[in-house]
Write a protein that binds this ligand. Structure first.
Ligand code: KIV
Ligand code: NA
Length: 283
């Protein structure tokens, strides 16, 4: 299978076919996303929360991202690979943004990068990265890297000023050269208005059905999280397409029980033989 390209995505969008996107963080999740026929595989900085157990995405470094990106790139050969620029790696200057994005392609094996926000400096960073020859995806609405100023993981665009800011950011990011924009956590009519104002596809998450495509976090859609005290709660908008956490828990508990009861390993799982004379000489 050939790799999905920006041209494939554009023609899909033109035909009215929804674009599918899921996150992956390592080799096995990348293989699963690829085998399911997903269009875009996002190595999200949500890795900090769902894989490393942080409460926010802020601690994630570029080195962390590069390690996860390389593992994903080895596992997914068909989806377009998009990697998140983590907090603190693109806000300072256009030069810093281009340098970080370049590493995501050269060292991480990504096809494109994603960055958050639509302020003039973020738009300038997106433009500089695009002009350096790197495909850029935007991300507006709830931008988790801005949690310090947003004051929590809460929906955006619920008043005219906030909705206008989302629309203006999206238009500016499109003008800067973005091939697509993630719309996170906003009322459906706002996402619909943004989507119809753009010529590039929007990818929604908690933004309703009127987007060019949809994205969910791997661990959320699979219901991977089981620990009752875990900080990561599956967001309201996430549908559970499986209960993989429960399946894992069941399997691990059964394994533990069978080792304790000496049911495992039975003869069937004790495959290596040695002749009796060797046993006699050895012992
Ligand atoms: O990091 C991430 O998983 C994301 C998606 C939720 C869009 O940015
Ligand atoms: Na992200």
């Amino acid at each position: 299978w050939k790799r999905i390209t920006l041209n494939h995505l554009a023609s899909k969008y033109q035909k009215g076919d929804p674009i599918t996107m899921v996150t992956a963080y390592d080799y096995p999740s990348a293989v699963h996303v690829d085998m399911a026929g997903i269009d875009i595989c996002l190595v999200g900085d949500s890795v900090g929360m769902v894989v490393h157990g942080h409460d926010t995405t802020l601690p994630v470094t570029l080195e962390d991202m590069l390690l996860h990106c390389r593992a994903v790139a080895r596992g997914a050969s068909r989806p377009l690979l998009v990697g998140d620029l983590p907090f603190g790696t693109y806000e300072e200057s256009k030069e810093q943004a281009v340098a970080s994005a370049t590493r995501m392609l050269k060292e991480g094996g990504m096809d494109a990068i994603k960055l958050e926000g639509g302020t003039p400096s973020r738009v300038a960073a997106a433009r500089a990265i695009f002009e350096a020859g790197i495909a850029v995806m935007g991300h507006v609405g709830l931008t988790p890297q801005a949690i310090s100023v947003l004051g929590g993981f809460r929906p955006q665009g619920r008043n005219v000023a906030s909705a206008t800011k989302i629309l203006e950011s999206a238009l500016a990011l499109q003008d800067a050269g973005c091939f697509s924009i993630v719309l996170e956590c906003m009322p459906s009519p706002v996402a619909a208005a943004v989507t119809s104002s753009l010529r590039i596809p929007t990818i929604g998450i908690g933004a309703g059905a009127n987007c060019g495509g949809q994205v969910l976090v791997y661990h959320d859609l699979l219901q991977m999280m089981q620990h009752p005290h875990h900080a990561q709660v599956t967001p309201k908008f996430c549908k559970h397409y499986g209960n993989i956490g429960a399946a894992i828990n069941e399997a691990l508990s059964k394994y533990r029980q069978e080792v304790v009861s000496k049911e495992f390993p039975s003869a069937a799982y004790t495959p290596y033989r040695i002749s009796q004379s060797n046993v006699d000489d050895f012992i």
